[in-house]
Ligand binder design. Sequence first.
Ligand code: ADP
Ligand code: MG
Ligand code: MG
Length: 252
Amino acid sequence: MSTLVIQDLHVAIDGKEILKGLNLTINTNEIHAVMGPNGTGKSTLASAIMGHPKYEVTSGSITLDNEDVLEMEVNERAQAGIFLGMQYPSEINGVTNADFLRSAINSRREEGDEISIMKFIRELDKKMDYLEMDQEMAQRYLNEGFSGGEKKRNEILQLMMIQPKIAILDEIDSGLDIDALKVVANGINQMRGEDFGCLIITHYQRLLDYITPDHVHVIMQGRIVKTGGPELAHKLEEQGYDWIKEELGIED
Ligand code: ADP
Ligand code: MG
Ligand code: MG
């Protein structure tokens, strides 16, 4: 089992504090959803976990199995088994999708234990079939000319190929039609298991119709202010966030 622990995390952008003491623990075998109104710090959380230089962690800690994630470079975080869709450059000239995936897989393996080309191709074929992706996408340059929906599907392909311990998926559902949404959800559901934990960040409940999270958290004003089960997401869908604000005495 692996565990990502975020403790009393404070994050500032250009000197302005956005996250103000956020606590969250994600174990493998768990799917967590983080929801919340726009501008409350959801993407800031993802960016801080990924190590985006613009997001300054002013205090608190992030650890993966007691290793200090904040001390790691971005590529070291990936090697340690944290996956962030956004960390991958949107377009890389001259690198095919397949090349990129193979080097990402091998960067998590010991030298001499690289995945064989045959095995890689077999896995890639299988997963692209599963995600209903055109085989031709493998030989396209990474994200070059991919539509919004293709990029999201490709992010799930990366997830399924790289097999991280913990994945942080920020708005993986945005801009997807219902068929693509189901495909993306199926991919995430297929990853479920003892060696995989996931944080799904979403503004909408829609994706959670297809992926039942174990825990749902609401983030407001830079903190997790409420935690519940899947029923919390349904309540938010029906009633919005005002009742939480009232409960907590938060003013906009
Ligand atoms: P969410 O994902 O919950 O909608 P964000 O984490 O993107 O919210 O943003 C939280 C706050 O931080 C907002 O007030 C936003 O304007 C600000 N912010 C986010 N990213 C940046 C940035 N790169 N530069 C300046 N301000 C930012
Ligand atoms: Mg604090
Ligand atoms: Mg966001």
